[in-house]
Design a protein around this ligand. Sequence first.
Ligand code: AMP
Ligand code: GLY
Length: 424
Amino acid sequence: MTILLLGSGGREHALAYKLVQSSKCSSLYVAPGNAGTLAIAKNIAINPTDFEALKKFVIQEKVEMVIVGPEDPLVLGIFDFFKKNSELNHIPVIGPSKMGAQLEGSKEFAKEFLVRHNIPTAAYDSFTSETVEKGCLFLETLQPPYVLKADGLAAGKGVLILHDLEEAQRELRNMLIHAKFGTASSKVVIEEFLDGIELSCFVLTDGKNYKVLPTAKDYKRIGEGDTGLNTGGMGAVSPVPFADATLLEKIETRIVKPTVQGLQKDTIEYKGFIFIGLIIVKGEPIVIEYNVRMGDPETEVVIPRIQSDLVELFQAVANEKLNEVSLEIDNRSATTVMLVSGGYPEEYEKGKEIFGLDKIEDSLVFHAGTKSENGKVVTNGGRVLAITSFGNDFQEAIKKSYQNIDKLHFDKMYFRKDIGLDLL
Ligand code: AMP
Ligand code: GLY
């Protein structure tokens, strides 16, 4: 079948890598893709949020399935756009409906969903510019640190964790009155701070049935020892060594099942990935967020561990028959390390030639921010390459990633040298 994948990051290269391995995939297009996807599929220069352009392309090329990588097209309603259009409604879109995507598009919507379905989550209240003074008083009733979350999408920057009450009150006003994150912060969720270890759980659902995919841990901060600014993610490990059978059982029964059942009870159409951000407090999993897509760079360790045919899994999602297919997982560990442009997540330069890609042995290189220019691969973003390796344990895997990184180079290349070290 002819498949169209939307997005341009490491997540999409990893998905593309797995899709083209399927005998069911005869042709893969990636919009807009990067130099990595260009080597294994056909890139097309269409923005994933330009639905009219996508429609034209899909009809012209007889695309038979659309897989959505990033959240923006989902929150903007790409699923509903296809469903409501008579020329497109026979083409399955892998991703939730616009309503389902609100689990990521609105923190308040997600919190109300969690509470309604009795899924463990941090206590909270939400405020607008009209109730900002109430919000300031609410902060006084809490213990520091204070967690402020912009309600809408803010490119991963919308969460502030502050230790000082006055600063938290000032930032709350900045968000609500001075639109610190634009319209995304016209509503703010103030949440109880949870002290524990983070873990990401990934689920693939057809809206009724689900498969729990491998767990992963992401390294969000730019600096070693989890210091400095937040990034999109600097590395990942799967499985997470501390996620034992007892914890996984709790996650499935208390969180995954009620989430999928909650979608059904609320008649929310959902055929895609659910990425559940958890904090484990004294052995108990608590939800801190939902995302309606795979994580990046978590995909670069989760997807390579899936041995089942990904196209078959997606077809089962589309046909609501996920219960009829099996999910086979490679039990080895996978790790990935992100190579980023110097300066990221603040200002950085692009267009730097990448050297050494032909020297990689026994690791997978997933392109994130790259493009092909006159036959050369050059940097084209903050996060540039994800180097994924397998091992019998994560130490063995991470060693391979670092050995291969030694062979790679571009001007002002930076990466964290401590991925996985906290898990020892
Ligand atoms: P998010 O953008 O929702 O992924 O949040 C960014 C980060 O903020 C998370 O990865 C956590 O490290 C942290 N965080 C979010 N909510 C809480 C909470 N209630 N307690 C402690 N940390 C949190
Ligand atoms: N790595 C975190 C995310 O994709 O949101």
